[in-house]
Design a protein around this ligand. Structure first.
Ligand code: ZN
Ligand code: ZN
Length: 387
């Protein structure tokens, strides 16, 4: 079964929804208009249940198949939030909100899952139940985590979950996936180094926080090079180095370091979380300074389940003829929380040769809609085949 004819026919309508979302981007949990439009459409399509306010502004809807002998329940998830970026695409449907932009294609994800929901509610050609999940705050806010914390999986009896993200650089409408760890855990840290400030000409009377911080930045490099298992990926990046003085002749009292940690396994993540404060504190102590470390866990590693990944790839091949092996991604993905609760798979759909996501000239490619929607619909119809 290649692209579904009905979904090809619906492409202009779905693209229109997408462009409307694109014009009205909303950030993090502030997806009030988007959530309302989504919920209204789901009701119009005749979904059996539509619930708003899950994970603050998330929307969940239920579509029952023409039979329910299988007792299966599959969750399909899209993200709805935009980014705090000033759009520079020059499109006639560019963002109407200054400083907000759909620069990650979540407008496309939302529209594609709506398209699939409309098709599934029309046809109901499956034996089981579909739960469509529209989450806010994927871009750093943990909207997916909040939906899980609201008991979404238990409340709707979801047994497995699927997610999709568009991917610039992959040919339009082609798919790529990988089993196991796929997107990285994304943590952040702040290190405050307190020395003793003073006159730059009298270093003997100070504890130079700048020198301490410099040693700390270098010492942190040994976490990846010497502590972490070389066969496992890890990134420790110090991205900000700020002293409490801007003067030429003052040794600053304080330095604040900030950075990010990316890992692809729980044990490597735990190792970095243990080593980073140990190194920073002992390094400061070595020079007579003090370091205070705040290590903040973000999204966990996103892990694709073996069986569901194989199935997702098989569906992708049936829709687009092929499914590529995706590379590891050191970026984070909030869908990780849903995959921690239930088995499932996350797939990339090609956005073609476009600007990268999070770039001010990025735009979701509407030509990917028929393939994306067909993949959603096929996941349902193949996983829960009607008699
Ligand atoms: Zn993004
Ligand atoms: Zn995204």
């Amino acid at each position: 079964m290649p692209i579904k004819n009905r979904l090809s026919e619906m492409q202009p309508e779905i693209a229109e929804w997408r462009r409307d979302f694109h014009m009205h981007p909303e950030i993090l949990f502030e997806t009030h208009r988007t959530s309302k439009v989504v919920a209204d459409k789901l009701r119009d399509f005749g979904c059996d249940e539509v619930t708003e306010g899950i994970g603050r502004t998330g929307v969940v809807a239920v579509i029952r198949g023409k039979a329910n002998g299988s007792g299966k329940v599959i969750g399909l998830r899209a993200d709805m939030d935009a980014l705090p970026i000033h759009e520079q695409t020059g499109l006639d449907y560019a963002s109407k909100t200054d400083g907000a932009m759909h620069a990650c294609g979540h407008d496309g994800h939302t529209a594609m899952l709506l398209g699939a929901a409309k098709y599934l509610a029309e046809t109901r050609n499956f034996d089981g139940t579909v739960v469509v999940i529209f989450q806010p705050a994927e871009e750093g806010g943990g909207g997916g985590r909040e939906m899980c914390e609201d008991g979404m999986m238990e409340r709707w009896g979801i047994q497995e979950v699927y997610g999709m993200h568009n991917w610039p650089g992959v040919p339009t409408g082609q798919f790529a996936i990988r089993p196991g760890p796929f997107f990285a855990a994304t943590d952040q840290f702040v290190i405050e180094i307190e020395g003793k400030g003073g006159h730059a000409a009298k270093p003997q009377e100070t504890v130079d926080s700048t020198v301490v911080a410099s040693h700390t930045v270098l010492a942190l490099q040994t976490i990846v090079s010497r502590n972490s298992d070389p066969t496992k990926e890890a990134v420790v990046s110090v991205t900000s180095f700020e002293t409490s003085s801007k003067a030429f002749n003052v040794i600053p009292q304080r330095v604040e370091l900030k950075g990010t940690v990316r890992t692809l396994s729980a044990d490597t993540r735990a190792l970095v979380e243990e080593r980073l404060p140990a190194i920073a504190e002992k390094c400061a102590e070595m020079f007579g300074a003090k370091a205070k470390v705040n290590y903040m866990r973000g999204y966990p590693v996103m892990v694709n389940s073996e069986e569901q990944t194989e199935f997702a790839a098989e569906v992708a091949r049936s829709v687009s003829g092929d499914c590529a092996d995706a590379p590891l991604v050191m970026g984070g993905e909030d869908f990780a929380f849903m995959l921690e609760e239930r088995p499932g798979a996350y797939i990339l759909v090609g956005n073609g040769d476009t600007a990268a996501v999070h770039h001010p000239e990025y735009n979701f490619n509407d030509e990917a809609i028929p393939a994306g929607c067909s993949w959603w619909a096929e996941i349902v119809e193949k996983r829960m085949p009607a008699a």
